[in-house]
Design a protein around this ligand. Structure first.
Ligand code: HEM
Length: 121
């Protein structure tokens, strides 16, 4: 069976998707402030590698685990509403790229599965 990574369209979709995702994130006043001091070029590269890995594609991820990566943001008030907004943008982006609703739900569920780690609980 094809992996979710393959069904979504592999590297092409992941690359395009992550670029579009962070364009939306930075335009969303609810969550953009968390990225104020972040090197977005590095962030985009990290997210591409992370997603490729968790979707069943090549594993080139060299970043921190989700708990460590977001620890300092929890101190700044990162909460469920921010994760909801982020996942909303993931879903919208995939919809724009023509991904099926079924696969969008699967990706959203994957993102939701790291919620507790991202929020440090
Ligand atoms: C729910 C799914 C999420 C996933 C899968 C995810 C994934 C990632 C990954 C892979 C990194 C790179 C880690 C590293 O640099 O070592 C990262 C960093 C980061 N994430 Fe997330 N993230 C999620 C949610 C969020 C949310 C909701 C926010 C804020 C609204 C956020 C803000 C950030 C910021 C600001 C960084 C950069 C931290 C830094 O380098 O100082 N993330 N995330």
């Amino acid at each position: 069976m094809a992996t979710l990574y393959d069904r979504l369209g592999g590297e092409t979709t992941v690359n395009a998707g992550v670029q579009q995702l962070y364009r939306k994130v930075l335009a969303d006043g609810r969550i953009a402030p968390f990225f104020e001091t972040v090197d977005m070029e590095r962030q985009i590269a990290m997210q591409k590698a992370f997603l490729s890995w968790v979707l069943g594609g090549p594993d080139r991820y060299t970043g921190r685990d989700m708990r460590q990566a977001h620890k300092h943001l929890v101190v700044k008030g990162l909460n469920d509403s921010h994760v909801d907004a982020f996942i909303e943008h993931v879903s919208t982006t995939l919809r724009e790229l023509g991904v099926t609703e079924r696969d969008i739900l699967e990706v959203a569920a994957l993102a939701d599965s790291v919620r507790d780690d991202v929020l440090g609980r």
